[in-house]
Design a protein around this ligand. Structure first.
Ligand SMILES: NC(=O)c1ccc[n+]([C@@H]2O[C@H](COP(=O)([O-])OP(=O)(O)OC[C@H]3O[C@@H](n4cnc5c(N)ncnc54)[C@H](OP(=O)(O)O)[C@@H]3O)[C@@H](O)[C@H]2O)c1
Length: 283
């Protein structure tokens, strides 16, 4: 089996490539140097030359707040770029695994996690662009997997854990949003899931995160507990921490799609966090 991973130098793509190599699956990473998503011909040329069985499309415009100021760049990369990849997959006969996000939902659902059957209603430019990418993937490629995930942390990227470590090292207390709930997800765990998934013919849409859920404030508090740092976390509402893009309050993604496909659930997020802190030699 040959797999092409777009965004191979990004936070998730890096760990997906590492996992595929570990499983001795032939894997090729592509980033802007190999082909720019904005270039139709470059994407087609590269994918047709490499003829992968599957493309795992991790590359994306991921700056959620900045996207509100540069919507065209975000849309070009996440919508037009995904279409270029999908058209190339169609020609090459490759299946396509498209990474998407909890931000496709508006977060107004109360009392339960989002199922794959719930209707998306993105609140932000980024969320809308990722939802459009989902529709292109599903519309063009019969053998597709759409994997919605959330709150990623991995060694190869900027993420909430690294920010908390930087800020918590010198601050006795931090103010963190407590009214947004979701599931932190360790990219190494998600990568293992993706590598298993693409070896099945269980095509369709999945919600894939580490197990359990928490608020950003709970997440921060757990980081400091595991670090053994005496940092107090002051729980604040989102209105006291304004951001350009509106985030969903309820970002919880139900694992039901994983269970129905008979695939293993991901470990608890606290367990993922503990392995991540060891991986980056923080503890
Ligand atoms: N991070 C999260 O918390 C989160 C949550 C839910 C879903 N997701 C989704 O998960 C996937 C992986 O996210 P991530 O955190 O790994 O993102 P990331 O670290 O920002 O990686 C994105 C990759 O895409 C590449 N890229 C951007 N524009 C490109 C272009 N025009 N042509 C070719 N490559 C381009 C980037 O390269 P450069 O660095 O050179 O620009 C980078 O390697 C994305 O689809 C994202 O939407 C992420």
């Amino acid at each position: 089996m040959r797999v092409l991973v777009t965004g191979g130098a990004g936070q998730l793509g890096h760990d997906v490539l590492k996992q595929l190599h570990r499983m001795q699956i032939e894997a090729i990473g592509a980033d802007k140097d190999e082909f720019d998503l904005l270039d139709t011909f470059a994407a087609q040329e590269f994918i047709l030359a490499c003829k992968p069985d599957t493309v795992i499309h991790c590359a994306a415009y991921t700056q959620v707040d900045q996207a509100e100021d540069e919507p065209d760049i975000c849309r070009n990369i996440n919508i037009a770029g995904t279409e270029h990849v999908a058209q190339a997959c169609l020609k090459a006969g490759s299946s396509l695994c498209y990474l998407s996000t909890d931000y496709v939902f508006d977060g107004t659902l109360s009392g339960r996690a989002y199922e794959v059957s719930d209707r998306p209603n993105p609140l932000s430019v980024y969320g809308q662009s990722k939802y459009e990418g989902e529709k292109i993937t599903a519309g063009l490629i019969a053998n597709h997997y759409i994997v919605r995930t959330s709150w990623l942390f991995g060694s190869h990227g900027h993420n909430f854990v690294k920010t908390m470590l930087k800020m918590g090292e010198f601050s006795p207390s931090l103010r963190v949003v407590a009214d947004q709930t979701g599931s932190p997800t360790y990219t190494a765990d998600l990568a293992r899931f993706l590598a298993d998934l693409i070896q099945t013919e269980n095509f369709g849409c999945y919600h894939v995160t580490n197990s359990g859920f928490c608020s950003w404030a709970d997440f921060a508090a757990e980081i400091f507990v595991q670090m053994g740092w005496p940092v107090a976390v002051e729980r604040i509402p989102s209105v006291d921490y304004p951001t350009k893009a509106t985030r969903p309050k309820n970002s919880r993604l139900s694992p039901q799609s994983i269970i129905q496909a008979g695939l293993p659930l991901l470990p608890d997020w606290k367990d993922g966090l503990s392995r991540f802190l060891k991986e980056i030699n923080a503890v």
